[in-house]
Design a protein around this ligand. Structure first.
Ligand SMILES: O=C(O)c1cccc(C(=O)CC[C@H]2O[C@@H](n3cnc4c(=O)[nH]cnc43)[C@H](O)[C@@H]2O)c1
Length: 220
């Protein structure tokens, strides 16, 4: 990155613990703004839009960053997922024939492609550094999955889905509205499936988030 005012990066995290992990990873690099999005896509969209509006023309990309759930066989505890696509997984309607996405309903798109060159470079740099990075779809859900049935339904609806979280699509919509590329990173704190809060490995996921973000400056 160069030092011009148009080359900053906006990183949105849901909660303060994630923000602190990101800041540790950035080690004082002032080309990044790290802002709390709140939990959930609506809050993420509103706060991302506000952060962009507060610094017009400043941002070259927006990153939704935090912990997330990993889909079985796609992303295990402690692994890192860089999104290739950010998908609003439950935005649509129930029909007698099953779920219909907003795309099928004709109301827009539930998918936003993550900035491909940057995302691929970041995933490759993580792998080159020996970190367990995956590259694949990350779902944004309004209700964190808590049953095997929902996990299976989501995996069937979105083949290849690697992780789920609750903010990525909101941040990406706000970025896209201003023609700013969006990215998402999730470090896996828990498996997508039956809710077992005692099994969440949050400190390890936050540590991995810090490690993954520490590589960002060389990628951008
Ligand atoms: O309790 C803590 O110390 C703590 C520290 C950091 C983050 C948290 C959260 O609970 C963050 C909530 C945030 O995490 C995402 N998330 C994580 N796992 C899942 C999941 O299986 N399904 C959906 N979302 C998940 C999500 O983006 C939440 O906003 C707690």
């Amino acid at each position: 990155m160069n030092d011009s005012s148009t080359s900053s990066v906006l990183i949105m995290t849901a909660v303060e613990a994630e923000r602190q992990a990101v800041l540790r990873g950035l080690n004082g690099d002032d080309r990044f703004d790290v802002v709390i999005a709140g939990v959930g896509a609506p809050s993420a969209a509103a706060r991302t839009a506000a952060a962009i509006a507060a610094r017009p023309e400043a941002y070259r990309c927006v990153i939704s960053a935090g912990i997330g759930g990993g889909f079985a066989g796609r992303a295990a505890l402690g692994e890192i997922v860089i999104a290739d696509t950010i998908i609003a997984a439950d935005l649509g309607a129930e029909t007698p024939d099953g779920f219909a996405s907003v795309d099928e309903l004709g109301f827009g798109s539930s998918r936003i492609e993550a900035a491909p060159a940057l995302s691929q470079r970041w995933a490759a740099a993580l792998q080159a550094a020996g970190l367990p990075a995956r590259y694949g779809p990350v779902l944004t859900v309004n209700t964190a999955t808590g049953t095997a049935a929902t996990a299976e339904a989501l995996a069937a609806r979105y083949p290849g889905a690697a992780a789920e979280a609750m903010e990525g699509y909101g941040a990406a919509v706000a970025a896209q509205a201003q023609q700013i590329p969006a990215l998402e990173i999730r470090t896996i704190s828990n498996a997508v499936g039956p809710r077992d809060r005692a099994a969440w490995r949050i400190p390890e996921a936050l540590q991995q988030l810090q490690a993954a973000v520490s590589i960002l400056p060389e990628v951008l």
